[in-house]
Design a protein around this ligand. Structure first.
Ligand SMILES: [Zn+2]
Length: 328
């Protein structure tokens, strides 16, 4: 089952989140693999999209925001777009667009940052957006301080967090064809005078101490190996890393309250679309091929309607349930 585990370090301004996606991640992969147009993701792209999915859930669980969090990479290489959307209730979906083929050993820059023009965007789209209100979007390049190409997606996001939120963040991400997982450790913003003073954040002995606490915990977190993150359960990981710290854990979010696959597409929705297309148009497609096939751009699910299905739609249009949230 897919899970989110939040925790605090007692008395220290440091918090953490551990995410493990299993069923939710496998659903994303199996829909894509079953798609007769695109087929399964090549391994390096699968792993990148998995790391992005784990990271998007980590970020959504770490902010107080009522709206969708969308994490995107706009690539300048064979991978043009990779996108993950996580709703406030942790319903999630993800997809990627690949032109051509990928080597099994393709690196991050070979996929999305060939000419160092690749970008990563994080968008927060409020649930009930007012007319004229723009979603918040932050964009970062896929290179470091000296324009060197970054080869770990976690480094790209750590950069983003430091720049946009001015929060020290340590991220460990990993994915394979079964699990997408991530660990986030973050230093909480300093409170009161120390924070307002600006300039020197090392003004007080106390704050020096606190910074050391974050560094120690961050260092422990960064020893977590990819294999451990993919294979161990949350209890084992947290114990192995932080056995000497006072970790306060919250109830895990799983099942109905946890991360799960969710896409707005459905057979009913596609039926409605065919209905609005008209019987003539649908018939003319069916004269050329055995069925009308409509694929969801976001999850890869394909919906097929043969002549009998189509006739059903046009004979009994009133029996179709209304589409929630449909735009007219
Ligand atoms: Zn879909």
């Amino acid at each position: 089952m897919s899970e989110i585990h939040k925790f605090l370090f007692e008395g220290l301004p440091v918090r953490g989140v551990l995410v493990r996606l299993t069923d939710a991640w496998r659903e994303i992969l199996s829909r894509r693999a079953a798609n007769t147009t695109h087929g399964a993701y090549p391994k390096p792209l699968q792993n990148l999209l998995g790391e992005m999915t784990a990271a998007a859930v980590l970020m959504q669980s770490n902010i107080k925001f009522d709206g969708a969090l969308v994490l995107q990479i706009f690539g300048d290489g064979p991978v043009k777009l990779a996108v993950v959307e996580v709703q406030p209730d942790f319903g999630l979906r993800a997809t990627a667009t690949l032109n051509g083929t990928l080597d099994d050993a393709a690196t991050l820059s070979q996929m999305v940052n060939v000419g160092n023009e690749g970008r990563c965007a994080i968008t927060l789209d409020p649930q009930n957006r007012q007319p004229g209100q723009q979603p918040y979007q932050g964009v970062v390049p896929l290179f470091g301080d000296h324009h060197e190409k970054l080869e770990k997606f976690s480094d790209v996001l750590q950069h983003y967090m430091l720049q946009s939120e001015q929060l020290d963040t340590t991220l460990v991400l990993a994915a394979n064809d079964q699990v997408a997982a991530g660990l986030l450790i973050q230093r909480l913003p300093m409170q009161g005078a120390g924070n307002l003073a600006g300039g020197s954040s090392y003004a007080h002995e106390d704050e020096i101490g606190r910074n050391e606490d974050y560094k120690r915990i961050s260092l422990l977190a960064s020893t977590l190996k990819r294999e451990e993150l993919l294979t161990l359960d949350a209890d084992s990981i947290l114990h192995r890393l932080f056995w000497d710290e006072n970790v306060l854990r919250f109830d895990p979010l799983k099942g109905d309250t946890g991360p799960r696959f969710s896409c707005t597409c459905s057979r009913e929705r596609v039926s409605r679309m065919l209905l609005s297309l008209g019987a003539q148009e649908v018939d003319s497609i069916l004269q050329e091929r055995a069925d009308v096939e409509v694929g969801c751009d976001f999850c890869g699910q394909q919906y097929r309607f043969d002549a009998v299905d189509a006739a059903q739609i046009f004979r009994q249009p009133d029996q179709l349930p209304p589409v929630p949230g449909a735009v007219h």
